[in-house]
Write a protein that binds this ligand. Sequence first.
Ligand SMILES: NC(=O)c1ccc[n+]([C@@H]2O[C@H](COP(=O)([O-])OP(=O)(O)OC[C@H]3O[C@@H](n4cnc5c(N)ncnc54)[C@H](OP(=O)(O)O)[C@@H]3O)[C@@H](O)[C@H]2O)c1
Length: 268
Amino acid sequence: MASPTETQNPSLPLQDRVAIVTGASRGIGRAIALHLASLGARLVINYSSNSAQADLVVAEINAASSSGSTTSPRAVAVRADVSDPDQVKSLFDSAEQFFSAQPHILVNSAGVLDPKYPSIFNTSIEDFDRTFSVNARGAFLCLKEGANRLKRGGGGRIILLSTSQVAALKPGFGAYTASKAAVETMIKIVAKELKGTGITANCVAPGPIATEMFFSGKSEEQVKKAVEECPLGRLGEVQDVAPVVGFLATDASEWVNGQVIRANGGYV
Ligand SMILES: NC(=O)c1ccc[n+]([C@@H]2O[C@H](COP(=O)([O-])OP(=O)(O)OC[C@H]3O[C@@H](n4cnc5c(N)ncnc54)[C@H](OP(=O)(O)O)[C@@H]3O)[C@@H](O)[C@H]2O)c1
């Protein structure tokens, strides 16, 4: 049997680089993981509770690669709550151990949104804390671990998911938007702090994307409004975001550093 380090197709831009994608069991994270795999990366599929869906993503990546020149596993599922420092550490440990390699790429797509869409003055303290715990603290912990443990000297990439709500500032998204504003601030600073490492750090900030998170708690009217607000007259799809992250993950993006890329069809 081929070893997990065996090369698959040397012409691929992320050939054999190890990428950790948090929140990859569903939605945008899943699409990002599949796209990075198609660019040649080996994938750690992180999730918090949905092991069955994470296993399906792993199976899809491994099935696609086993039809090629190697039968070595290209993906593994690892459970970790991004808001827990020990679990984030062991996520990176698992990546290093499984692939016997230092990861090049971290994509943090794990996130939560309060489906009650409360005004700030109606947001419970528990909901505020949960939002910040996963979205801001989780991004901080992943960023911290990634900045210390990703490959240095070229090709190191940190990509955090934010949201176009940080620019749109819509009512009903107060805690969520504030938690992502923290993420955008951290990415701009850490990009400078990583001077000399060759690691770049950027955010991708989608507009409305058709996932469970987007539809949760929304009426048909609210969905229709999101479509009407977009110049392209449709909701975003996960496939609209994955290639943007894919570009940022490759060497071709090196000159893009410390930026927030809003991928939203012109929504804001
Ligand atoms: N959809 C949109 O309209 C939209 C727009 C802008 C930005 N975003 C951002 O894009 C990212 C992905 O959103 P999505 O729409 O794909 O969401 P989603 O469909 O709800 O998927 C959320 C993912 O995050 C994981 N997750 C949740 N809490 C976690 C935790 N504590 N630790 C580790 N993983 C956790 C979930 O794992 P389980 O499956 O195990 O629960 C799942 O894989 C989020 O950061 C979101 O804020 C989304």
